[in-house]
Design a protein around this ligand. Structure first.
Ligand code: SAH
Ligand code: SF4
Ligand code: F3S
Length: 483
């Protein structure tokens, strides 16, 4: 876990250490000197902006980037009018990719009016050779490019960039290394993501994640527990355990441990009041996990269980390794054991070869499971994945019409599911002051629903009871109940 290391005591005029993380602390100290120098020359502080695309894992990585930039002496800027702008990118779907190019176009102009500006790109998109080729050729104004496997080297790469050695590019094809103990800056003081594993071995045929995030690696339970203990001491009451497939956590460790067992141990940590996790793959969800959740006082009443498709034929082509029946059976068992649980899901429409019959199977599952919420995606062809080479790509108009039908069913169910809590009293973690109306606070229930209610900003980060007075579709308006 990150210890306070006095960067000013590090001698940056000697050779950098070889071992990690000492080497990165050396470079942080070096960056700090470089930033100090530039700040003096310009007579105003050096600012930074980290923009994150994609999933929770990227969000967590961005906290690591922010931690290092702050150690280096940069000040946070409210937007991308900053001296150092870094995009932590996602490439799971084509439009995530296009967004980055759109933003870059704007930054190019920005850089013309601020010659001190540096632009950096990292994250999943950078692991695609085609992307890096394009950046090298047509985006010379980007100063630093690195990938997912060497994010721990950010301080070192930042030092090279600040020293102005031209376009710095460092992409690794993979890694077995997990470098711990680097600084990070949490977005919320009271809740935190915690990586429990990296990468993915599932190779769902549509998905690019295994190619850009590498093979599955679990962190040692001791390290995870120690991190959570430190977080608890630092005022964190909610943790979200992160991995692409948390249900296979620990299987490849020298001393294997199940995800259920890890959860039991996290439950013991004093100060932690809520535990969430993301994402569960249905094929690996064990009976043990259901029982651990059922018995737990702290694990939130929410399970995100990606379906992807309701058609067994399409699921096979997707390499998901469960059938429609197995999924329905699992969902039913979970609902039976933990009746108050909220189930959410991800669904892809228009996978190659999907027929109207296949699509109706998806609607059937949605209707039967009655999800509390579902994220629906139009299939996006990702170069290099097996599905990209499949014939029978579904015509766009057909996909669009299916997407709309799915969305209206999903929303209809979600509204009905949300409404079932009307007039109840729920515990919420108070997470935000409402952007539009600062007299309102926003709280999150154990099942992930949001409620807005009048209250004082000083309550932020505490867990309180709120009455849910009025259901407004997918959220509630409520009133705080005084203890
Ligand atoms: N590991 C997680 C998912 C990570 S990606 C899991 O298996 O559940 C998040 C979601 O993006 C996926 O669940 C899937 O629904 C969607 N997705 C992934 N690749 C996609 C693609 N090529 N086109 C459309 N949606 C995709
Ligand atoms: Fe992608 Fe499948 Fe891995 Fe999820 S489990 S990240 S969808 S390959
Ligand atoms: Fe995107 Fe990478 Fe996450 S591709 S969804 S940011 S793992």
């Amino acid at each position: 876990m990150y210890q306070e290391i006095d960067l000013d005591k590090i001698d940056i005029y000697t050779e950098p250490p070889i071992e990690e993380p000492a080497r990165q602390y050396y470079y942080m100290a070096k960056c700090r000197k470089l930033v100090e120098k530039e700040t003096k020359q310009r007579g105003r502080p050096f600012t930074f902006c980290v923009t994150t695309f994609g999933c929770q894992m990227n969000a967590r990585d961005s906290e690591k980037l922010t931690g290092i930039l702050e150690q280096a002496g940069f000040l946070p800027a409210p937007d991308e009018h900053a001296d150092f702008v870094i995009y932590n990118t996602c490439t799971v779907r084509e439009n995530a990719n296009l967004k980055v190019y759109g933003h870059l176009g704007l930054l190019k102009h920005e850089k013309k009016s601020n010659p001190h500006m540096r632009i950096a790109l990292c994250g999943c998109m950078m692991q695609e050779p085609k992307v890096v080729e394009k950046l090298k050729k047509s985006y010379r104004f980007v100063d630093l490019i690195f990938g997912t496997h060497n994010i721990f080297k950010f301080a070192e790469l930042l030092a090279r960039t600040l020293e102005g050695q031209g376009q710095v590019i460092d992409i690794w094809e993979g890694t077995d290394e997990i470098v711990e103990d680097l600084p990070l800056e949490r977005k919320y003081p009271f809740k935190s993501g915690v990586n429990i594993m990296f990468g993915c071995n599932n190779f769902c045929s549509y998905c690019i994640v295994p190619y850009v995030r590498g093979r599955e690696r679990s962190r040692r339970p001791e390290d995870i527990l120690q991190e959570i203990e430190m977080l608890a001491q630092d005022g964190v009451s909610e943790v979200m355990l992160l991995g692409q497939n948390v249900n296979s956590y620990g299987k490849t460790l020298k001393t294997p441990i199940s995800f259920g067992e890890l959860l039991r141990r996290v439950e013991q940590i004093e100060g932690i009041r809520r535990i969430r996790f993301m994402t569960s793959h249905p094929k690996d969800l064990s009976e043990e996990l259901i029982q651990v959740m059922k018995a737990s006082e702290k694990i939130c009443r929410h399970l995100h269980l990606p379906l992807q498709s309701g058609s067994t034929r399409i699921l096979k082509a997707m390499n998901r390794r469960y059938t429609k029946e197995q999924y329905l059976d699992l969902a039913e068992r979970i609902r039976r054991e933990i009746p108050d649980i909220s189930l959410t899901t991800d669904i892809i429409v228009g996978f190659p070869g999907e027929t109207e019959e296949d699509f109706l199977e998806t609607l059937d599952v949605v209707q039967r499971v009655q999800y509390d919420n579902a994220y629906t995606f139009i299939y996006s062809k990702r170069t290099g994945t097996p599905a990209a080479a499949m014939e029978n790509q579904v015509p766009e108009a057909e996909v669009k019409s299916r997407f709309d039908r799915l969305l209206s069913l999903v929303q209809e169910n979600a509204r009905a599911r949300t409404a079932r809590f009307a007039d109840t009293v729920q515990e919420v973690l108070i997470e935000e002051v409402n952007e539009h109306d600062p007299s309102l606070l926003t709280g999150r229930m154990s099942n992930n629903l949001l409620v807005h209610f009048p209250g004082d900003a000083a309550l932020m980060g505490s867990i309180r009871k709120v009455r849910l007075n009025e259901c407004r579709g997918f959220y509630y308006m409520g009133t705080l109940i005084s203890d």
